[in-house]
Design a protein around this ligand. Sequence first.
Ligand code: H79
Length: 645
Amino acid sequence: MAWWRDARFGMFLHWGLYAIPAGEWNGNKDYGEWIRTSAEIPLETYDQLQPKWNPTDFDADAWAEMAAAAGMKYVVITSKHHDGFCLWDSAVTDWDVAGSPNQRDILAELSTACRKHGIKFCTYHSIMDWHHPDYLPRRTWEKDRSTEGADFERFEQYLHAQVTEIITRYHPAVMWFDGEWENTWTHERGVKLFELCRRLAPEMIVNNRVDVHRQGMQGFSGSSEAVGDFDTPEQEIPATGLPGVDWESCMTMNRHWGWNQADTVWKSPETLIRNLIDIASKGGNYLLNVGPRADGTFPPNAVERLAAIADWMKQNSEAIHGTTASVFDALPWGRCTVKAGDDFSALYLHVFDWPKDGQLLLPGLGNQVIEARTLGGAPQAVAAVPSQEGVMLVVPQQPSDPIATVIEVRIEGRPIVYRTPSITAESERFVRGLDVTIATPAADAELRYTSDGSEPTAASPRVQGPVHVADTCTVRAAMFHDGRRRSEVASRTFTRVEPLPPVEVQPSGDGLVLQQAAVDWNTIPDERPELMTKGMLVPQVALPKGVGEHVALSFSGFVDVAASELYRFALSSDDGSKLWIDGKVVVDNDGLHGATEQRGEVALAKGLHQLEVVWFNATGGAELRLKWAAPGQPFAELPAAALKH
Ligand code: H79
């Protein structure tokens, strides 16, 4: 992933037969690369576009040159989009450029040009295929295309054959799959395709859409079984990056991926450049799309914008390429990218809103500043003044670039940013003892703490793992450096509580008593009408099958706890529910609502405790789940063996 992480910026190219209608069909002008499906164009009609494919002005060198000038380090072109048309001479189909009068092999020409200009050549390949007879499912409106004889396994072989051709002939550095969301594509098929890629080209990067775990347009997979090397937000930039997760936001310059002649809504160069900076500051890559025209040229609006980006990058590319995510929380005036090293580091401050008072605060920055200056043109010196809040930069009166002026701040060592530490624990209360975690995002920070309520000093003990507390106390913590406190003091009190004594009863057996009543509740009344008096025994708190609407249930009995501890309970329900232990409300999840979870806790001494759960459903969905957790344990269902009546 090293080259990919350094790159930060690439060009997406959506090109194919759909460039010929240029977004217009039967008077509607809002189509793009989805035109065949969105305009419901029958296959035979769409096939008529192939003889019209004639990009006489296609100049791969010119494309690669524009990408390189804009500071893009890789190009991802649609070898095949959802319409199935292939931009290379494929041995396994004639639905390709070789079957058109023009015949030029687009992937061959572009891959050669990219190499010449020092750009990584990459391919986008759609799994979904609206043309191949074996691909399933059909579009819902395709009444005339029979599925008889269609064999998805055979389509999978076709897909594997094409991916093999692309890899062995054009050696893409990234294989960017898409169209993975229809029900014929499975995790198992994704793993097979991913393994094919790894086998043929171990160094090739594969995106997460090879597999089926992508979560909507946010594009992150998040599942531990998901294969793929990076996540793919589409048309959006995540609010923050995720440490240790590689991701790339792909976005259009206008409102379409494929060429649309009528689209006048183009993002400004300012927006595009600031998007690039924003994404880099969060540790991601920006894949910016161009939809070339049918004649093989870029739309003038795209050319203009690439030129504006090239102008900015000529001055500032070192603040993008090879950088990692910001070390600060959100900065009110702009963004930060970083090149960290053991001896010294560079912070690149991308200033969007130039300060009227000439002052920019780097909050909590603890390093010695070696030098600060503006990037590009004639560099201007910037003064750096250490202060209680961090480092204050005193900048020139005017920005040198209205879109983003970059200030490079060279510091000694790796970045140290002081923030108020966080003090967390499972609960603020405990019976026997509690592990308290004190942390900051800075890994090698000097964190010191006290647990007797006093102010932490440079002589207080350092945090080395969880702090165990055994009695009521206040934990305070702060960051230190060179004998001085550098952050605010965080403070939290943890209280030892007496557990409720067990009830003196002799239970008559395992299980809880379930009672039911037909009621019309919006909420659980304090004075509950008598529930159906004759109850039945059930092993656990769970809804009976087909429980229905306008109904309430009560589960009552005892819970047998094995040790005196603080127990946490999680009660989820649709609609409302409540949990009482020894007559006290422990979880209140009452009210008319969909499935929601509420939590509560109670200290219980070893032995039996009275338990009651009341639940009701007005109308619609019905759900009820009760879980608990002892200290240091995950939430789990209450075991049947612990429930008595
Ligand atoms: O090639 C461009 C688009 O044509 C293609 N991806 C970009 C890079 C694209 N195809 N479809 N879409 C974008 C939008 C599809 C959205 C959905 Fe879903 C598919 C909504 C539900 C299924 C995928 C799975 C996104 C959310 C869940």
